[in-house]
Design a protein. Structure first.
Length: 228
């Protein structure tokens, strides 16, 4: 939280007041608007940058700061008392103790949001080493575990055949194929080049082997045998 953030807040307030007022000449009264800012930790940078705008503590974790002619209420989440009405603030207090309290006490109205918050603050978050990049990497994996079978099928339907095959090893691709299906598109030469000479002739009778030899090849074989 710094001075620029409060400048931006004032700018958004001015634009919002113009947009919802009947006309530019008939702006809604200023006292119909309240300005709030939220930060997880005590705003040390804001205090350094705005020496003449002192923070006035209204109650624990709640401050007022005068910004020009506007008063802004500032909520410091890690200073909020750990009571049930502050459970939502404790979730974002940047402290493991605060998160645990908020997760246990806050009554979620949308379970999907609850699951996302749990993912964001799981394991590494509690020791504050978890980064946005880590969250972006892990979120898709976590979301997949939440999908129904029908939703998973829809995702698969959007993948091309090549995209699906690229995710499978050669063994996985042919696991459920019969031997006939595996060799159906292979030429004889392609099948034979993966066999040793012994494997090629193992189940052939002498007559079957001779039948496919030319006279010259037969003579060469006889010569070879006679020399042994």
């Amino acid at each position: 939280m710094d001075a620029w953030a409060l400048d931006e807040l004032i700018g958004h307030f001015v634009n919002y007041r113009k947009q919802i007022s009947p006309t530019m000449d008939d702006l809604l009264p200023v006292d119909q608007f309240s300005l709030y800012a939220v930060c997880t930790r005590h705003p040390e940078k804001l205090i350094r940058e705005s020496k003449h705008n002192k923070l006035r503590e209204i109650q624990t974790g709640v401050f007022d700061v005068q910004w020009g002619v506007r008063s802004i209420r500032l909520l410091v989440l890690n200073k909020m008392p750990a009571v049930d009405r502050n459970a939502i603030w404790q979730l974002f207090s940047s402290t493991p103790k605060g998160y645990i309290f908020g997760q246990q006490r806050y009554r979620w109205k949308m379970s999907d949001i609850s699951n996302i918050i749990k993912m964001l603050y799981s394991r590494e978050v509690l020791d504050m080493t978890y980064t946005v990049e880590d969250f972006q990497r892990d979120l898709p994996k976590e979301l997949l575990t939440m999908l129904t079978d029908e939703q998973r099928s829809e995702l698969v339907d959007n993948l091309s055949v090549d995209e699906m095959l690229n995710r499978l090893s050669p063994e996985e691709r042919i696991r459920d194929l019969s031997p006939e299906e595996r060799i159906r598109d292979l030429s004889p030469d392609e099948m034979l080049k993966h066999l040793s000479p012994e494997e090629r002739i193992r189940d052939l009778s002498p007559d079957e082997m001779l039948k496919h030899l030319s006279p010259k090849e037969r003579q060469q074989m006889l010569d070879l045998l006679s020399n042994q």
